[in-house]
Structures are given as C-alpha cells and as structure tokens.
Design a protein around this ligand. Sequence first.
Ligand SMILES: [Zn+2]
Length: 273
Amino acid sequence: MRIHAIQTGTVKIKTAQVAGRSRGFIDIFRDPNWTDWVPTFAWAIEHPEGVIVVDSGQGTYLLEHGRSLHPYVRWEVGFQIEPEQEIGPQLRALGIGARDVKKVVLTHLHMDHDAGLAHFPDTEVIVTAGEYARARGLLGQIRGYLPQRWPKWFDPTPIQLPKENFGSFDRSLRLTKAGDVVAVATPGHTPDHMSVIVLDGDTAIFLAGDTSYNQALMLSATPDGVGSDRELSIATLNAIKTFAQSRPTIYLPTHDPQSAERLANRQLAVAAS
Ligand SMILES: [Zn+2]
C-alpha cells in the first residue's frame, strides 16, 4: 500500500488557535500573532480495493476569503494556493484519475479540508453525520463553515461511528473489506471529527486531520483554541498517544510541517521500546 502526502498550498492562523487557553474565539480575535505559513495536506491511499482520498485540501476559491461576511473567515485565517496545487491536478500528476478514487473521506468539513471536493463529482464522499449536520445551511455558515461553496452535487454518505473499540478508541468503522483502513472517532477540534488509520503491516499510519496542529501538541495533550470542549480534546489526544504507545504509529496531522517527512522516513510518534 502506498500513501501519498499531497500538499494543497499553505495556511496561516493565529497562534491562539494552535494551543488554546480557555476563551476560544475571543483569544483568537485578540491575538496579534500569526503562525508561520504551514502546509495543508490531503492524503491518497493506493489500496488494492481502490484509491481512498482522505480530506480534499484547499481550493483557490479560498483566496477570496477576505470578502467573507464571517469575521473569522475574513480576518483570522490566510491562504496561499495555486490552481495546480489543488488535489485534482496533483492526483493526475501521480497517475491517479478521478475514476480511480473509490472514496473520499473527510475528517471534518472545515474549509481547508473540503475545498477540493469539486475534483470528485463521481466519488462517494464519507463524513460523520454530526459533522455534516453542523456544517450545513445558514447555521453552518454562521459557525464558519463554507457550505455555500460545496459543489451543487455534494450529497455525502453520513456515517455514525458505531460503539466498537479499536485500540484506545471507543468508536470505529472499517472502511475497507480487508479491514485495514479504519475510521475512528477523534472528537475535540470539532465534536464529530474523525481520523483515519491505515494498517500497513505492523505499522499504523494515522491520518489525523486537525486533532492537533502538530505532533508535539498531541504528545503533550495540549488542546487547540477552537475546540469547544477542552476535556474531550485532551481525552482524544491521550487516546492517540496511548494508541501510539501500543503499536508503531506514524502520526500525520494536516498542518504539521513535518508530516510528509515523517511519512517518507517512517518516523514513529513514540519510539519503539
Ligand atoms: Zn479544522
């Protein structure tokens, strides 16, 4: 199985969003400090049952975010992306056509994860039911999602992750017949956020979405500044760490500048004991 890290441009956010204190968006708006530009990765798993794409990355329409009426979208985030950096052209460059992609799995529906959807008009898109409900319609827009930019045909398969233990996670769903690609509930950044674990021999490749913005924040169980439930975020980060201690795990958050390198070098989150 091969997994490709596909960088769809870069993003910058306020430092208060990366490691939150307690007042969420108030801290973000008051914070004058921006992060460096960090990557936004999407992932393509070349699986014998067909290619599975995890997250669709940024799209060039995000460059218009400064005209948004939403204060967070307008002022608290910045994007860089060229048309050829969108996921469609990058998959084609890898020799993967739209028809080769069996499933697109979205960890959540924030704008830097769903903006590449237009490249997959004929592919089943999987998202948790709770996330889809929260992101839709006017209420979704008020919450800072961009449902108005979803393709007209967007009609995802909403899934509930059943109560089924997988390692340290209490909700999980196998996404392949072989059982080697597993969605797990990782609530915190959003209440219905999920991650995707690829079992590659002994090693688990953990496609983490925005459970944390980098690996150090996961290992220190530091919640971000946008999750609404800090205790839940901390519990999820601890569950990931426990998982990584239980088997060799490569942890790959969407915005970690080291994610692509760690995947290429098979670098584990926790050294084998
Ligand atoms: Zn997010």
